[in-house]
Write a protein that binds this ligand. Structure first.
Ligand SMILES: [Zn+2]
Ligand SMILES: [Zn+2]
Length: 371
């Protein structure tokens, strides 16, 4: 890690663990139990996002404040609640909660749908506009952001649901109606998941729980080790997309793993130029390609083929508050298995970030604060 990044992160931590704040009137303070380390945190520390035709800096956004503790994947215990929330019967001290990380204005057309991540009025997220979960305590300004965690869901699993979990739940929710429609006219359907890391393993679990059982699920990745884990977690087959492969060969090998020479649906959790173009070339007529990853770059597609093959291109950015509540119930009911977890103490955060950057974490890295 570069020196500037270490300084930035350590400064942020220093600020955020000194005092336990009082709760705001309509909000609460949560004692953090677990905090996930996400690739968005790495982009934040790099202070650069590749939008394909231009690069943007987080620090150029006036709503982005430094120093700040990163972290938007949080679960914990309610430590204190604001005066207006006391005795309302909904939340009480000691409750186990996960925190929906996007904080909208609460009244625009996006917030009304629970999609605070699209709010153009406020546009803040824990770890970006307001202090996040790389800290022992976090202020939650609005109680609606705190979701009760059922007893059946461990808090280390719960911390991943507001980002990795709900994002893949949203992606699978877009795939589901397409596959259900296709299955009225064919006996089997196929889904390709691109990426077998933490997100890919969540996507696999959720797809297995939500999609019709006659959906064949294949996972592609550049890592044989990650594909082996995906296989153990029950995907029907895997395909290696090694970095030095010949493009036509890997497309042919991938199509062969599908049904009828391709896939009815693709969830691309990487969404780079290479993966998105490759996925598009493996997508069948009337199929859906869900683009999730924020790897960066721009892609070339045949525009006539989108029209002629009636292909659907769907972008996904995380998921809504309501979807998070649905997912919490699904995880409790179906007892979904989380990706492998690698735990770190707060003072190991810089090492953890280095490992995430280098792709050396199998599954997800999370900070553990104690329950
Ligand atoms: Zn995240
Ligand atoms: Zn709003």
């Amino acid at each position: 890690m570069k020196k500037a990044e270490i300084v930035k992160l350590r400064e942020a931590l220093k600020v955020c663990i000194t005092d336990i704040p009082d709760p705001p009137r309509h909000g609460l303070v949560v004692k953090i139990s677990y905090s996930g380390i996400c690739h968005s945190d790495i982009l934040q520390l790099k202070d650069e996002v590749d939008f394909g035709f231009e690069k943007k800096r987080y620090s150029a956004n006036p709503k982005y404040k430094l120093p700040i503790s990163p972290g938007h994947e949080m679960s914990g215990i309610v430590h204190s609640i604001g005066s207006d929330l006391q005795n309302n019967g909904k939340l009480k001290i000691g409750d186990r909660v996960a925190i929906y990380p996007w904080r909208g204005c609460g009244s625009c057309r996006f917030c009304d749908q629970g999609n605070c991540n699209f709010c153009s009025v406020r546009d803040t997220c824990y770890g970006f506009g307001i202090p996040g979960g790389y800290a022992s305590h976090v202020v939650v300004p609005e109680a609606r952001s705190a979701i009760l965690v059922p007893d059946a869901v461990p808090l280390d699993v719960a911390c991943m649901l507001p980002c990795a979990g709900v994002t893949t739940y949203n992606a699978v929710s877009h795939v589901k109606p397409v596959i259900e429609t296709l299955l009225k006219f064919q006996d089997k359907a196929s889904l390709l998941i691109v990426g077998a890391g933490g997100l890919g393993l969540w996507c696999l679990q959720i797809a297995q729980a939500v999609l019709p059982s006659n959906t064949k699920i294949i996972i592609a990745d550049i890592s044989e080790e990650k594909l082996a884990t995906a296989k153990l977690r029950g995907c029907d087959d895997t395909v290696l997309w090694s970095r030095d492969c010949v493009e036509d060969d890997v497309v042919a090998a991938t199509k062969e793993k599908g049904l009828r020479g391709g896939f009815d649906a693709v969830v691309d959790l990487v969404n780079s130029k290479i993966t998105s173009e490759r996925a598009f070339n493996c997508l069948l007529t009337s199929g859906i390609q869900v683009m999730v990853g924020l790897f960066g770059g721009a892609a070339n597609f045949s525009l006539p083929m989108i029209a002629l093959d009636s292909k659907r291109i769907q972008g996904i950015h995380v998921g809504s508050l309501n979807q998070l509540k649905e997912l919490m119930e699904l995880v409790a009911e179906k007892k979904l298995t989380p990706p492998p977890l690698q735990y770190f103490d707060l003072d190991e955060v810089n090492d953890a970030i280095d490992l995430v950057k280098q792709g050396k974490i199998r599954g997800r890295a999370i900070l553990k604060f104690g329950v």
